[in-house]
Design a protein. Structure first.
Length: 272
């Protein structure tokens, strides 16, 4: 069963592309027609592409790996944050920190610095600082939280990148391509789909368009996480059963040994 349908995407405005003069010829296979100087995206192809991307994202989540959501457009920030948080995945909705993927250890140092500031504030180390110094540290902490707070739990490189507007977030896409990290992207008619592993042709400017596509993909991720949880529960149950069987088997072996030893003890006086 499809995770989206033509009517759902149409109502959300996913079919509206950019002006014809701004188009990227590489998007021609996904364009249905042109109306009033604006390209119209073929939503039948979008439905198929959403399903393909959702299934791949589900497999990533089932393996317990992280998917990093990226989108810094003002109108889509809240949607991305909400959907990513709902499946406990990291996201970047402020300025993309250059080298976040290719220079990941440096980003981790900045995240640790934020944690250290929190720790020192809690244990009273900063109690003797002047108001000015304390204000500087507080501002530094707030800046780190704004830019990196949403990736604080990302201790290793993500296994996939989901990008809203691949043209605006081209630096993130290039870093992922360089490291071989698969890229999922909502690609509008003005963008180049060449470096995107899973292309979802759709309007990347409208909040409703982004919300309906992210909703379908995050629902698939949630399914993957649930399946992983169920698999782990089955593994624990199997281990517990194996341990119980092993415990039951030990006394049987002991009783058998005693039975074997009993005739030998009774036979000893007869030999005398």
């Amino acid at each position: 069963m499809a995770r989206t349908n033509f009517d759902m995407l149409l109502q959300a405005g996913c079919h509206f592309g950019h002006l014809k003069r701004k188009w990227n010829p590489a998007m021609a296979p996904y364009i249905y027609s042109e109306r009033n100087g604006i390209h119209i995206i073929d939503l039948h192809k979008t439905v198929v592409k959403v399903d393909e991307a959702a299934e791949a994202l589900k497999n990533v989540a089932r393996q317990g790996k992280k998917i990093l959501f990226v989108g810094t457009k003002k109108q889509t920030k809240e949607v991305i944050a909400e959907k990513a948080t709902s499946v406990n995945m990291p996201y970047v909705i402020e300025r993309w920190p250059g080298g976040m993927l290719t220079n990941f250890p440096t980003i981790r140092k900045a995240v640790k610095k934020m944690a250290n500031i929190d720790k020192l504030m809690q244990d009273g180390t900063y109690g003797n600082l002047s108001k000015r110094e304390l204000l500087q540290i507080t501002r530094q902490r707030a800046k780190l939280e704004k830019n990196l707070g949403s990736i604080a739990d990302l201790t290793r490189l993500p296994s996939a990148l989901f990008v809203v507007d691949v043209m605006k977030e081209n630096i993130a896409v290039k870093e992922a391509n360089r490291l071989g990290i698969p890229v999922f992207g909502i690609v509008d008619t003005n963008s180049d789909p060449k470096n995107i592993d899973f292309v979802i042709p759709a309007n990347d400017d409208a909040k409703d368009s982004v919300e309906v596509i992210l909703g379908a993909c995050c629902a698939a991720i949630a399914e993957g996480l649930e399946e992983r949880k169920a698999e782990k529960a089955d593994e624990k149950a199997a281990e517990a059963q194996a341990d119980a069987e092993a415990v039951e088997a030990k006394p049987k072996r002991v009783r058998k040994t005693r039975k074997e030893e009993a005739p030998a003890e009774e036979a000893a006086p007869a030999a005398e």
